[in-house]
Each structure stands twice: as C-alpha cells, then as structure tokens.
Design a protein around this ligand. Structure first.
Ligand SMILES: C[S@@+](CC[C@H](N)C(=O)[O-])C[C@H]1O[C@@H](n2cnc3c(N)ncnc32)[C@H](O)[C@@H]1O
Length: 185
C-alpha cells in the first residue's frame, strides 16, 4: 500500500470516524483471507466499503478482472483514489444499503469491508437483503470482524436464513480479526 493511501485513510478516519470505523486499513493477511475462495471462472464479485482498496487489490490478485469487480464506497475521496488506482474497476459512490440496485446478476460473492456491527439493524437488513439479490445460489457474503460474535445480528440472520463459517484468527492485523462467510440456506 502506498504511504499516500495510508495518509488518505488516516485523514478520512479523523474526519469521518463513524463511517471508517477502523484503526488502519486491512492488512495483507486479512485481505488475502477475504479473497481466498474467489474464482475468476465463477462470475462477478461485489465489494462493499472498499476504502483505499486493500481488499480490492486482493480480489484482483485472486484473478478477478477489474471489469468483473463492482466496488461500492460512500466516501468521495476514497472513490477518487479507487478510480485512479484500479483502471477498469466499476466504482459506485453510494450507500451499501442500496447494493441490491446494482446492475449485477449472478455474483459469486459479496466481499464486505463495512463496519457492519456498528450499523443500525435496518441498514444491515438492507445490505444483506441486497446480497441475496446479487449472488447466485450458494454465493457467500464475506465479512471481517474484530469482535467475538458473528458480524450480522441474529435477527437479520434468522430473517434471511443465513448460516456461516468462520476463519481462524488473523493476528497480523490491527486489531486481529476473523473472516465470516455467510450463505443463504
Ligand atoms: C473499516 S473501513 C474498510 C476499508 C477497506 N475495505 C479496508 O479493509 O481497509 C470501512 C469503509 O466502509 C465505508 N462505508 C461505511 N459505511 C458505508 C456505507 N453505508 N456504504 C458504503 N460505504 C460505507 C467507509 O467509508 C470506509 O471506507
């Protein structure tokens, strides 16, 4: 990651702490785990809360073409950086709560860097309902969390019939995190 990206991230964290909600951009190890099950043969990928693009980079490193990656980010400074850093990437400056409106069908996964646990239940519901519209059957909603519990609240999991798998702890991240993969049963 370029030091200018780190500076941009920290500047936006100071200005918009309730949107960024992370001490630092995700580490290489965490980003690699987020993208570990992606397969270029299995269709497009939707990314939520792309920030300065560390997870985006891991998605492209997994072989997904920029044109097959659809990244949502609400912060205009981050969107400008994503467009400059990744030519061909589809960047949407919008709220992830409207992700179900994207012109994407049959995505293999939605990969989220959003601060989901700090969001109101209705916004979580909108995001996860959008996920169920975007992915093909069996597609994953991939989300990291720093806490001990699943990052989607129980009420939304139950409403949408979501089951999950979780990774081991990724210690080399600030703070250490786990990756959850939710699927609609
Ligand atoms: C924890 S940062 C993660 C950034 C990057 N993906 C990473 O892992 O380093 C959360 C990102 O989600 C964005 N964000 C927060 N709420 C959002 C929303 N409702 N819609 C779209 N983006 C949102 C923030 O602007 C920020 O870039």
């Amino acid at each position: 990651m370029a030091s200018s990206d780190f500076g941009l991230f920290m500047g936006q964290l100071l200005r918009k702490p309730h949107q960024v909600v992370a001490l630092a951009p995700s580490s290489k190890g965490l980003c690699a785990e987020m993208a570990a099950e992606l397969d270029p043969a299995k269709g497009p990928v939707v990314e939520l809360g792309a920030g300065t693009g560390n997870i985006t980079q891991a998605i492209l490193d997994a072989g997904i073409a920029p044109e097959a990656c659809h990244s949502i980010e609400m912060n205009p400074e981050f969107c400008a950086r994503l467009r400059a850093r990744f030519p061909g990437l589809n960047v949407y400056q919008m709220s992830a709560g409207d992700c179900g409106d994207l012109p994407v069908e049959g995505a293999q996964a939605v990969v989220s860097g959003l601060p989901l646990l700090s969001m109101p239940t209705q916004l979580q519901r909108d995001i996860l309902t959008g996920f169920t519209k975007l992915v093909r059957p069996g597609g994953d909603y991939v989300q990291f969390t720093y806490g001990p519990k699943p990052p989607v609240t129980a009420v939304v999991r139950e409403e949408l019939g979501l089951t999950w798998r979780k990774s081991g702890k990724i210690w080399w991240n600030m703070p250490p995190a786990r990756v959850y993969r939710f699927t609609q049963a």
